[in-house]
Design a protein around this ligand. Structure first.
Ligand code: UDX
Length: 446
């Protein structure tokens, strides 16, 4: 099928490359000329495992092409996916201006004798497809409407987006007409997974509700983690005990420093905004957000108490990305943590296997940066505490036994509960974690 994609950002690029891989013919509109050139040369503009290989293969077999000429893409395509940004406005609502201008453009070039299905993949508030239909109606100015707006949310996780696209838990398709449903269904014909055909409104809500629910699980377990610390229980085992219940499930119950990234914080705010705008009490989500916002502060308070103050103390930050296997630092807990530590007078150096450059661009003067692969040990040497902020496997593989002697004080605060507590204690670290009073637990065993 001939498919167009607007926007070669994160979602657009992964979607386009994967659709090309399953045999569709893709043309992608991207306004950034540098990006277009790189992508046409097979150079991926984002880091995502497996993406470069698929990009190269599909360029060479002629299944994908990038351009900034939107008219030719509109002409070429039966189905056009909109994957442009929907950043939050100051009041938390989603800014739809990029989506609207793409729809206007498509409406301008659309012909009466050539049906086009516009599929919104970007995360948008419920009611957007309806609103866009109105917009198209106004743009058509007397011409017959031969467009339909559908909703088809993505559920891709950064770091495993290609594999998530190729092996989805489900595909949600929100359409109005039978024609649009059949057309969108045939885009995903080769996928063998549950497919939900519904209205655009239901589809739009599914996306926000799913992300809000996952975020709620995380804040819930983080709330429980605080109690575990107070009473000497172990949150990892509490989560395991809960997770065996099939109605709960084990996923998204890892307590830690809180969720970040380009989706959860933004989507929660937008869902909350939609609920409120309909006069509903969405206070549950306010609490989910506020529990998350307090995570970094709690880590700083615990560290401050443990070190007897932070003024002048050297603290190493291990991890700047919002999670492992990505170079994305948007809404990373590391930023909040570093700012709070700096306010307390701590002297901070930081490292990360992939995201130093992205972090430095956002916060040029906040910390001293140490390249991970060249100087992993130097990142920790001389410090009074090392704080593991991102769950990079690389931190597990550090030679902790050897590193200890280079530290001013062997304190490790593992905010992801990812290191082996027994090993850390055997190596004589003062090991702090989330939702477990490690010292208390060891005392009770001896
Ligand atoms: C998320 C959704 O999972 C995906 O479906 C949607 O399309 C986009 O948003 P992503 O932002 O890539 O994907 O990250 P995800 O792996 O879901 O993690 C989100 C945040 O929650 C990260 O900061 C992660 O570290 C944190 N997290 C996740 C926890 O703190 N505990 C957990 O148990 C799981």
């Amino acid at each position: 099928m001939r498919i167009g994609v607007f926007g070669a950002g994160y979602v657009g690029l992964v979607t386009a490359v994967c659709l090309a891989e399953i045999g569709h013919l893709l043309q992608v509109v991207e306004v950034d000329g540098d990006k277009v050139e790189k992508l046409n040369n097979g150079i991926s503009t984002i880091y995502e495992p497996g993406l470069t290989e698929l990009l190269e293969r599909n360029i060479s077999r002629g299944n994908i092409y990038f351009t900034n000429d939107s008219s030719s893409v509109i002409e070429h395509s039966e189905v056009i996916f909109l994957c442009v940004g929907t950043p939050p406005k100051p009041d938390g609502s989603a800014d739809l201006s990029q989506i609207e201008s793409a729809v206007r453009e498509i409406a301008r070039y659309a012909r009466e004798d050539d049906f086009k299905l516009i599929v919104v993949k970007s995360t948008v508030p419920v009611g957007t497809a309806k609103q866009l239909r109105e917009l198209v109606r106004n743009e058509m100015q007397g011409r017959r409407l031969n467009l339909e707006i559908a909703s088809n949310p993505e559920f891709l996780r950064e770091g495993s987006a290609v594999s998530d696209f190729m092996n989805p838990d489900r595909i949600v398709m929100g359409t109005v007409s039978a024609r649009a449903q059949a057309l969108l269904g045939s885009v995903y014909e080769s996928f063998d997974c549950p497919k939900i055909f519904t209205s655009p409104e239901t589809s739009e809500i599914i996306k926000y509700a799913a992300n809000s629910f996952l975020a709620t699980k995380i804040s819930f377990i983080n709330m429980v983690a605080d109690l575990c610390e107070e009473v000497g229980a172990d949150v990892s085992l509490v989560a395991e005990g809960m997770g065996y219940d099939k109605r709960i499930g084990p996923e998204f119950l890892r307590a830690g420093i809180g969720f970040g990234g380009s989706c959860f914080p933004k989507d929660l705010q937008a869902f909350l905004h939609v609920g409120k705008s309909k006069g509903l009490d969405f206070g549950l989500l306010e609490e989910v957000i506020s529990i998350n916002n307090r995570r970094s502060l709690r880590v700083v308070q615990k560290l401050k108490a443990h070190l007897n103050g932070l003024n002048g103390k050297k603290v190493s930050i291990l991890g700047l990305a919002f999670k492992s296997n990505t170079d994305d630092v948007r809404e990373s807990p590391a930023a909040k943590l570093i700012k709070l530590l700096a306010q307390e007078g701590a002297v901070i150096k930081a490292t990360d296997p992939l995201s130093i450059e992205n972090f430095r661009r956002m916060y040029p003067d906040l910390v001293e940066y140490v390249q991970f692969y060249e100087q992993a040990e130097a990142a920790v040497a001389g410090s009074h505490a090392a704080v593991v902020v991102t769950d990079w496997k690389e931190y597990k593989d550090l030679n902790w036994k050897q590193i200890k002697d280079s530290m001013a004080r062997p304190v490790v605060f593992d905010t992801r509960n990812m290191l082996n507590a027994d090993d850390m204690l055997d190596n004589n670290y003062e090991y702090l974690a989330i939702g477990k009073d490690i010292v208390h637990l060891t005392e009770s065993l001896t």
